[in-house]
Ligand binder design. Structure first.
Ligand SMILES: *Cc1c(COP(=O)(O)O)cnc(C)c1O
Length: 400
């Protein structure tokens, strides 16, 4: 028996062909004039970096996006030729690793730039390309418009740093009508004006702005026209959609106002991850029997319940206890009682013939029934990004 058939049965199947399909689909949506970063931060949104980053590259991705230098080094090990954008910044002492592994950092403060400049000079590999992040309203990272002019003094025509892209992050691109996005793009254009007027040493090629929601939610016109006015090539950074999840908009689009792009994405994007386990045992319980910690579920009639080896330490949200389902034999089986750390119990009273070894789908499709990342997120009061990234490291990611 191979390792998987002898392992604790709680695993995530990763369909790398679906990821490739999604990348190509998004790419064709974005158009040939637009550069696309395949965002593979946080272990490829919990899908497994070593499976997903090479798949994105196979599909044509030239850029990968990661959070940290550590993640960049891991991505470099599996994708020797990709450009790798480190979006979450470079911390003190990491500049040499940036240069050594050929990473491209997002930068926004003078201390980062100084360290990177001296590392780039030491290594004598030619100028280090960096992406300058502007804070256009999110107040998370990025240089403010007020500090931009003095920061730009770090870029000179012959210096060790080259400003390849101007970057910003939209913080409300999933709002159907976003005044915030309009304001952000206004501030970004102001920053581009400062850049163009004062600094011949800072002549970027790329304008890096917009994630999945901006591409699919109808903001491309605004982004394209801004890039055109600035004579820059637009760059998108695509995460969630790459994994087959179409972003939802809050508030949602009014009837008839949803962009066609979004409906098409829902039809064509393919989920990449399916999270599965198997029934460990089945027991019959009498009315009045309690299930799980603190007896939050009490059987009101004779029941059949199935134990599964998946709990909150596997990333199954504890808030799903008594309020969500898994799929067994193509039917919804409610979680009965609390989710434990390593196990949970399903009510399979209504499902005929359930027996130990039956495959259970926690997230994904079984016999035409589907439990999506959004279904999980809504039941647990969170977002699909968190559902995916919480699937624990002990759950093996298996290519299918
Ligand atoms: C995660 C991230 C993205 C990707 O966002 P999605 O909504 O998942 O497409 C883009 N840009 C930055 C800076 C990010 O951190």
């Amino acid at each position: 028996m191979d390792r998987l058939t002898t392992a604790r049965p709680c695993w995530a199947e990763i369909n790398t062909r679906s990821l490739e399909h999604n990348y190509r689909f998004l790419r064709s949506f974005a158009g040939p004039q637009t550069a696309c970063v395949a965002v593979v931060k946080a272990d490829a949104y919990g899908h497994g970096l070593s499976l997903c980053a090479p798949a994105a590259v196979r599909a044509g991705a030239r850029w990968l996006g990661v959070t940290s230098v550590e993640e960049g080094v891991a991505a470099r090990a599996v994708c020797p030729d990709a450009r790798i954008l480190v979006m979450g910044g470079v911390f003190p002492g990491q500049a040499d690793a940036v240069v050594a592994h050929g990473l491209t950092p997002a930068v926004w403060d003078a201390a980062q730039l100084n360290e990177l400049a001296s590392a780039a000079s030491d290594w004598l590999l030619g100028p280090l390309r960096v992406h300058l992040e502007i804070d256009t309203g999110m107040s998370r990272q990025g240089v403010s418009l007020a500090d931009l002019t003095s920061l730009l003094d770090n870029f000179t025509v012959t210096g060790p740093l080259r400003l390849e892209a101007v970057m910003t992050h939209l913080y409300a691109s999933d709002e159907a009508v976003s005044v915030r996005t309009t304001l952000q793009l206004g501030r970004l254009e102001e920053a581009l004006g400062i850049l163009a007027s004062a600094h011949p040493g800072a002549a970027p090629e790329l304008l890096s702005v917009g994630a999945s929601a901006a591409l699919l939610g109808g903001q491309m016109e605004a982004l394209n026209s801004l890039a055109e006015r600035a004579k820059l090539r637009l760059m998108l950074r695509l995460g969630l959609a790459l994994y087959g999840v179409t972003p939802r908009f809050t508030p949602p689009f009014a009837a008839g106002e949803e962009p066609e792009t979004l409906a098409r994405a829902r039809r064509e994007l393919e989920p990449v991850l399916a999270w599965k386990t198997r029934v460990a045992s089945v027991r019959t319980i009498a009315p009045g029997t309690e299930i799980g910690y603190n007896g939050t579920f009490i059987a009101s009639e004779p029941m059949r319940v199935a134990l599964i080896p998946a709990g909150y330490a596997d990333g199954l949200d504890r808030r799903l206890g008594n309020r969500f389902n898994a799929l067994v034999r193509g039917q919804l089986a409610p979680f009965a009682g609390r989710i434990s750390m390593d196990q949970s119990v399903l009510d399979v009273t209504e499902i005929d013939g359930v027996e130990p070894g039956d495959e259970v789908v926690l997230l994904g499709t079984q016999s035409g029934q589907n439990l999506s990342a959004y279904d999980h997120a809504e039941a647990a009061g969170t977002i699909p990004w968190e559902v995916f990234t919480r699937i624990a490291a002990r759950v093996p990611r298996v290519a299918v």
